[in-house]
Design a binder for this molecule. Structure first.
Ligand SMILES: [Fe+2]
Length: 563
């Protein structure tokens, strides 16, 4: 999804109908786009004849290997190109520990993906590709640790819309030498055509992307962005897709932004989107026979299991609309919303997740996923009084029985022990949130399944939601403040909301606590180097609820950035 709504306060004395009628349905790109037509120095690499004009990247690190990626652009057309690569322990590439040759061809759009193995754990490496007599820029990456691990620091991003603005966020992350990786939670590309969702930069191709050639062309454009190249060159990426890597509000058999009558079959479009995704992203395919199933996990020794979920193409049932006659799509948890057969993950992935959570020996279980897990209501009520009114049927709010099954795992019972220290990391909604996770946040009695907002009692896990790299939120400060004022009384479990800033999350975990810092940039309308620390919250081991925190201390022993 990705178009946050602006919700006006409920005037005292209004009934539900008048509130729903007064709510503004959406802050649309069409109204915000003209504000972003300011000039700026282009971050698009100038026409570049180099064979590595799409940069280099690494991703999906394990303790002994990492994916190294580039794309070869020969000076004259070739169907097959031989590529050499080296991996070294130093930025000057003098101590080479691995080298090899590979071939790429036009069947994979001349992209190159090497799974460089035989590496040491918790080690920073530098790498370079060579082809056609030219060397690529030098990249830097890092393997995962094994055993006892003191800390994890990583940046978390989502919703990088090239058309809507400049990737200043990526540049700020590129400058941080002391993070272990970057996690991208989806909407890495957007499928719209020029001017359809952002007018700061034109899209390639100019039309909405539908075919394999379209998706390849769009990925190539994003990979030529200088700020994107800077980030991907310095840090390993762990990426999952959300909807816009295929089309808006995707589910198993379709998407809001897919019209079968004019855009062909959905399976054909998904196959094209995923082929281009796997070609152009530094990700390791989990199951080549079922490329839509990219859920997977990464172990940071005994400190963190990072669990990545797929929430669009593998098992998601279609989103439902309003069941209370709301033009804005508001709904209550009744009727089809109560159908336990409506999956968000699908039965197979759900079983995998539950097994991962129950068997993990790591201190922290970080779940990276696309859509908001915490309840977000426009009108609050305890479950015993119906639970209130919700507004985002594309998020977990639209799949409450499936969400309840996750809570059943967290709470334990029926012979299962409870699962502590779960932290959900979320993107999708172009805004920053911190949430205690309660199934009944408007019930103030934890002994009956409710939640105490003063103490956090009744919370079973926490959620950190990161804002977008560039996609719009509720960007007008007054409108954002009004929306927050409207949401706050109905959502006592939401400890922080910012709707009008772009940025990223910095996660810092050790054995005692997991901290999330929100960092915001000043603009995406032009290139800018300004960023500001906004706020930090943390969850302490065993507590399963949030408390205010402070900015963490950068590591002093960070390996050199790549030259
Ligand atoms: Fe998005």
């Amino acid at each position: 999804m990705g178009r946050p709504r602006q919700i006006k306060p409920l005037p005292s004395g209004s009934n539900r109908r008048s509130f729903l009628k007064r709510a503004i349905p959406a802050t649309m790109a069409a109204t915000a786009a003209p504000l972003l037509l300011t000039t700026g120095v282009s971050a698009i690499a100038q026409p570049n004849p180099s064979v590595s004009q799409h940069g280099v990247a690494s991703g999906d690190p394990l303790s002994d290997r990492v994916i190294l990626w580039t794309r070869i652009t020969p000076a004259t057309a070739r169907s097959v190109v031989t590529v050499r690569y080296v991996v070294a322990t130093d930025a000057a590439l003098s101590n080479i520990v691995a080298r090899g040759n590979t071939k790429t061809n036009t069947h994979r759009d001349l992209t190159v993906k090497v799974d460089a193995a035989g590496l040491q754990p918790q080690t920073t490496y530098y790498y370079q590709f060579s082809a056609e007599g030219q060397d690529s820029p030098i990249g830097r990456t890092r393997t995962l640790p094994l055993g006892d691990v003191d800390s994890l620091r990583m940046a978390v991003v989502s919703c990088s819309n090239f058309a809507y603005g400049y990737f200043n966020v990526y540049r700020r992350i590129a400058e941080r030498a002391d993070i272990d990786m970057v996690v991208h939670l989806g909407d890495y590309i957007y499928e719209y055509g020029s001017g359809q969702y952002g007018s700061t930069r034109p899209c390639e191709p100019a039309s909405e992307i539908i075919t394999l050639t379209d998706y390849r062309t769009r990925h190539a454009q994003y990979k030529r962005d200088a700020d994107s190249q800077a980030m991907l060159r310095q840090h390993p990426l762990v990426a999952i897709w959300d909807d816009h890597e295929t089309a808006n509000n995707a589910w198993v058999d379709g998407a809001e932004n897919h019209q079968g009558g004019t855009e062909g079959s959905w399976p054909t479009r998904v196959a094209a989107a995923l082929q281009a995704y796997y070609e152009w992203m530094p990700v390791r395919i989990v199951d080549a026979a079922k490329p839509q199933h990219n859920y997977r996990s990464y172990a940071f020794g005994n400190l963190v299991d990072l669990i990545l979920l797929e929430e669009r193409l593998g098992g998601r049932a279609a989103q439902l609309g309003s069941n209370i006659g709301s033009a804005a799509g508001y709904f209550i948890q009744s009727g089809a919303y109560n159908d336990p057969a409506r999956q968000l993950l699908g039965a197979k992935e759900e079983a995998w997740l539950f097994d991962k959570l129950r068997t993990s020996q790591a201190r922290w279980k970080l779940i990276g996923q696309g859509v908001m897990f915490a309840q977000v209501k426009v009108q609050g009520a305890p479950n015993s009084a119906g639970g209130g009114v919700f507004f985002n049927s594309d998020a977990w709010d639209g799949y409450q029985p499936a969400r309840n099954r996750v809570y059943d795992v967290l709470k334990g019972g029926a012979g299962q022990t409870a699962v502590d220290n779960v932290v959900i990391l979320t993107g999708d909604i172009h805004s920053s949130w911190a949430a205690d996770l309660s199934q009944d946040p408007n019930n103030p009695d934890p002994s009956s399944g409710g939640y105490n907002p003063a103490t956090g009692e009744g919370s079973h896990a926490v959620e950190f939601v990161g804002t977008s790299v560039s996609s719009p939120g509720v960007d007008d400060p007054a409108a954002a403040a009004g929306t927050i004022a409207a949401l706050t009384p109905a959502n006592p479990h939401l400890k922080y909301i910012n709707l009008n800033k772009r940025g990223y999350m910095l996660i810092d975990a050790d054995a005692n606590r997991c901290v999330c810092e929100w960092w915001h940039v000043d603009t995406v309308a032009r290139i800018s180097s300004n960023e500001a620390f906004a706020v930090a919250f943390e969850v302490r081991a065993g507590s399963n609820h949030l408390v205010a925190s402070v900015q963490t201390t950068p590591r002093t022993d960070a390996p050199l950035l790549a030259p």
